[in-house]
Design a protein around this ligand. Structure first.
Ligand code: SAM
Length: 244
């Protein structure tokens, strides 16, 4: 039996005790920002963000003001983690956001979370948008088990090695890809896994030009040439032999 959702009393912002909150933000549609996420950012002593300008826009949209923004990105997260954990240990409430989606997942966050866990500090997720989950839930490929591989290496040879390694993987594989590599990545799928492999490409999720391209890899590659390649993409690869 599953427990019905409630609107209380999961850990919320608690000024009496230091904690790190991992706050998910929209991946396109600003209305996907949850009330709990807003309350958490409003109550934080500081918000750690990848790009302060991107986060400032979100805060502005939701009329959240007066909270200090601290740049926390892939280039400084390792060096900052101990100092930020010191602040949490001293009783501050810090909220971590990324530019879009769930922090720590193909985005900065892991190092500060690990530092807090090592010290026994409180780490509280405020779940919300996650591009992989949106693509998997609506993509039509098996979701009973899946492998989230994030971004593949940018070099063709390394990407092709990845597909060789996982050729017979028995569950759906979920990948992130940028607009300038999406076509090359699909070509590698066709080359290594074959044009008949079933895939789904989810483009611009939650945005105006959201599209799902579903079918055989060779056909999806052709469909891709008919649409703009500008935007963000999630690729799902079905296990061998799976038909939509
Ligand atoms: N942490 C984010 C999340 O929760 O999904 C992922 C951030 S990662 C730096 C950015 C990649 O996520 C993009 O290159 C794309 O592969 C995927 N992505 C993010 N937003 C997306 C969207 N609206 N539609 C499709 N893919 C998206």
């Amino acid at each position: 039996m599953t427990t019905a959702p409630t609107d209380s009393p999961a850990p919320g912002p608690s000024p009496a005790r230091g904690a790190l909150y991992l706050v998910a933000t929209p991946i396109g549609n600003l209305s996907d920002f949850s009330p709990r996420a807003r309350d958490t950012l409003r109550a934080a002593d500081a918000i750690l963000c990848e790009d302060t300008r991107t986060t400032a826009k979100l805060l502005n949209r939701w009329e959240i003001s007066g909270v200090t923004l601290v740049a926390h990105h892939e280039h400084n997260e390792r060096a900052q983690a101990p100092r930020l954990a010191d602040r949490i240990a001293a009783g501050e409430t810090l909220a971590l956001v990324s530019d879009a989606g769930t922090p720590g997942l193909s985005d900065p966050g892991f190092r500060i979370v690990r530092e807090c866990r090592r010290r026994g500090l409180e780490v509280i997720p405020i779940p919300g948008p996650f591009a992989a989950a949106a693509a998997l839930s609506a993509g039509g490929l098996p979701t009973d088990a899946f492998f989230f591989a994030g971004f593949l290496p940018p070099k063709k040879a390394a990407r092709q090695r990845f597909f060789e390694t996982y050729r017979a993987f028995p569950h759906t594989i979920c990948l992130y890809e940028s607009s300038h590599r999406i076509e090359k990545c699909l070509q590698d799928i066709v080359t290594v896994l074959g044009p008949e492999r079933t895939i789904t490409v989810a483009k611009e999720l939650t945005k105006l030009h959201e599209r799902f391209l579903c079918g055989r890899a060779g056909e999806v590659l052709r469909q891709l040439s008919d649409i703009s390649r500008k935007g963000e993409f999630v690729i799902l690869i079905a296990p061998e032999g799976y038909d939509l």
